[in-house]
Ligand binder design. Structure first.
Ligand SMILES: *Cc1c(COP(=O)(O)O)cnc(C)c1O
Length: 367
């Protein structure tokens, strides 16, 4: 069976280097906000081309802390609205709710799975303060239209970069396209730690300074608290792992791209809709997501052919029990996406034989 993803495979080739890095942390006797976190923040800033990186506990916290920071600056207030794609993973939406702002769901473009820039203006009110765009599955969800709308209405653009480490738009990296960005380093992400980890990137020094305090009890100086902060620090062990893996990110994204190219050029089956790509050179393929009418049937068939698949995601946010207040709303594009999507195995450590087997299984379906 070709597994959808073994987390172990993502770390196997770096294991020796990771063990050495972890051992150095043990010997340093500095386990919280030490030199490793500082160094990772510098390297990641350099990688993304931004002024500031703040290491935090996870991706959800990264997004939540950005919104919290803008509240502390008096730029956002409770009850303000943030536009967010209706087909995103729940974390993007929760970061808004946690801050008592209001998420306004905007349908995606069915071809790209990212927020439809042409719908943005129709959803803007005098309460709208930001667009939280999600570079879903590894493809950039940023455009001239989005930039123009943000400028016209004075909105912040916040990027959810949890699935887009290393993706590029017009020469700039994800994390450097809007006003601030949240990254997750959950183990399965393109840049993954050995546990929970996340980061905020921004060019706004003032925002960065506030988030740096809030992630650590609202304090710059021990026992002096300027904000009602939280505890959401990137820890030294995860920073050490990320420093190793960051060196290989571009190389691994390149492999993902090569596999996606194989899939896209060789999967030829009228029953399957392969994903559309805006820019083949800069998509980082966190996930390879097909669409098909009879998804369960296709999933079972692939399983019988030794190919494990997953669904990202089976239930849209507005249909979740957690959002009863939205359950009667209609988002037809989103519902169509959630009914028909299915993700094929794709990771930088797949063998040529496995890739060929996935393609063969897809092409023999329904024949
Ligand atoms: C993974 C993910 C997150 C959340 O990251 P965590 O580190 O699990 O908190 C947020 N947004 C998207 C789109 C994700 O895929």
């Amino acid at each position: 069976m070709i597994p959808f993803l073994n987390f172990k495979d993502l770390n196997f080739s770096h294991k020796k280097e990771i063990i050495r890095a972890i051992s150095e942390v043990i010997d340093s006797s500095n386990y919280i906000l030490g030199n490793g976190v500082k160094l990772f923040e510098q390297k990641f800033s350099h990688y993304c081309g931004v002024r500031e990186t703040i290491g935090v506990g996870n991706g959800l916290d990264a997004l939540t802390l950005i919104i919290r920071g803008y509240k502390e600056m008096g730029i956002f207030n409770e009850g303000d609205e943030i536009l967010v794609p209706s087909n995103t993973y729940i974390a993007s939406i929760l970061s808004i709710i946690e801050n008592r702002l209001k998420p306004v769901l905007v349908e995606p473009d069915i071809k790209t799975y990212t927020i439809d820039p042409l719908l943005l203006e129709s959803r803007i009110t005098n309460k709208t303060k930001a667009i939280l765009t999600v570079h879903l599955y590894g493809q950039i969800g940023f455009s001239k239209e989005m930039k123009r709308a943000a400028k016209k209405y004075g909105l912040k653009i916040i990027e959810d970069c949890a699935q887009s480490h290393g993706a590029v738009y017009e020469g700039k990296k994800a994390g450097n396209l809007g006003d601030a960005a949240g990254f997750s380093f959950y183990p399965s992400k393109n840049l993954g730690a050995l546990g929970d980890a996340g980061a905020v990137t921004t060019n706004d020094r003032k925002l960065a300074k506030i988030i740096r305090a809030i992630r650590n009890y609202g304090s710059y100086k021990k026992y002096y608290n300027e904000y009602k902060g939280v505890n959401s620090r990137l820890d030294e062990l995860q920073a050490a792992v990320l420093l190793v893996k960051l060196k290989y990110l571009d190389q691994e994204n390149k492999k993902r791209r090569a596999i996606a190219k194989e899939y896209r050029s060789k999967i030829k089956n009228p029953l399957l809709h392969v994903p559309s790509v805006i820019d083949e050179d800069t998509h980082v393929w966190h996930l390879f997501v097909l669409r098909t009418r009879q998804r369960d049937k296709f999933k079972k068939y692939l399983h019988s052919q030794g190919v494990e698949t997953l669904i990202h995601y089976p239930i849209p946010p507005h249909k979740q029990k957690a959002f009863k207040e939205w359950n009667n709303q209609k988002y037809p594009v989103t519902e169509e996406i959630h009914k028909t999507v299915i993700s094929l195995p794709l990771n930088p450590f797949m063998t040529l034989k496995q890739i060929a087997q996935v393609i063969f299984a897809c092409n023999s379906y329904g024949k």
